[in-house]
Ligand binder design. Sequence first.
Ligand SMILES: Cc1cc2nc3c(=O)[nH]c(=O)nc-3n(C[C@H](O)[C@H](O)[C@H](O)COP(=O)(O)OP(=O)(O)OC[C@H]3O[C@@H](n4cnc5c(N)ncnc54)[C@H](O)[C@@H]3O)c2cc1C
Length: 363
Amino acid sequence: MAFENFDNDLISGIKSRKNFSFSAFTTYGCGGYADRAFFPQTEAEACALYSHILKSGKKFCILGCGSDVLAQDGYYDGYVICTCGMNRISFPQCTELNPSNESANVSDQNVFLSSKESEGSISDGKIISKNSCAKKTRGNDTDNYRASELNKTDLNKSDCVILEVGGGVRVSDLLNLCKKIGLGGLEFLAGIPASFGGLVYMNGGADGKSISENVLSVRIFDGEIKTLTREECNFTYKHSTMRDIKCLILSVKLIVRRENPLNVAQNIKNRLKERGALPSGRSCGCVFENYCGVSAGKIIESADLKGARIGGAVVSEKHANFIINRGTSSADVYALIRYVKEQVYKKFGITLKEEVCYIGEFE
Ligand SMILES: Cc1cc2nc3c(=O)[nH]c(=O)nc-3n(C[C@H](O)[C@H](O)[C@H](O)COP(=O)(O)OP(=O)(O)OC[C@H]3O[C@@H](n4cnc5c(N)ncnc54)[C@H](O)[C@@H]3O)c2cc1C
């Protein structure tokens, strides 16, 4: 295997796992295995790894939380890059976070954000560096925010906080932090089982909002490190530039606002409650993209496909755009996706487009 021969110290030091099972790393809980998966922990490791894989010419895939992928059964003849170790959160430019609020000091998580220590970076819930930061350090990014009108709320400069979030940071982890230190604007993401790399790649969102509204820039590696502005990301429904070019999303700069932690906690709670109505079981969330603004779920339901089943795969009775995996076979899930597409086309002449991303070969 090409990797065994790499003499680069950085590469050989990257955490990896042999006989990597997709079923254990995807929310569908099915799929076969790959010889080797790598878990870079730093940007340097991620870039070195990506470069080497590109040079090796070997097939590869990138996995965030695995919540929007269907991996083939059997042997996947490629490498897997798992981003979960790229989980650093930092505050490149920020204002004082809740200077008068005790809850800004989150000592149980070893996160200390006070008026003196409001810039730092966090990995695995621990602060790993901190520099001086005061109101005067607000800079261009905040100005960019104002210029690009990232969202419609009437934020003024002193409300804004910019976070730099590693591609592997989980939505739930960042929201826990937001809840503790009082950062608002991302609560609409509550309940999405995603990493920020995956979320930005898919331009995911909920409740009528998408992550693009909070993105200032995205740092990628495609052989070299590049920073794409929000405009260069060309975000549209379920789409971003990053889907068109082959690249690894290293980190994302997000704009959030200072908010009372209790409000943040309540907003998150409300969202989670609303999402309680979604089907449970192993799935990738919505399988298909909406069609010209019409809910794909409604279209599938109108085609009378709720409850349709192939092997262990079932179209949810609760939400027709969810295919639940009750078995172990990706082939069943794929066959049902094909069946739903065919039936919808037959009945309405509509070709639904998959939101779910495929890993490997499917018939
Ligand atoms: C129960 C459930 C509910 C869901 N609800 C929602 C919802 O409300 N809204 C919504 O938008 N989505 C929802 N989803 C779908 C899914 O969570 C999102 O699409 C999410 O953005 C995928 O993120 P991920 O980290 O899991 O990506 P993965 O599934 O791991 O990957 C998805 C794609 O992104 C690519 N990718 C991932 N990370 C990177 C990276 N760092 N660099 C380059 N490419 C990368 C992968 O290669 C793959 O092509 C739901 C899924 C489930 C299971």
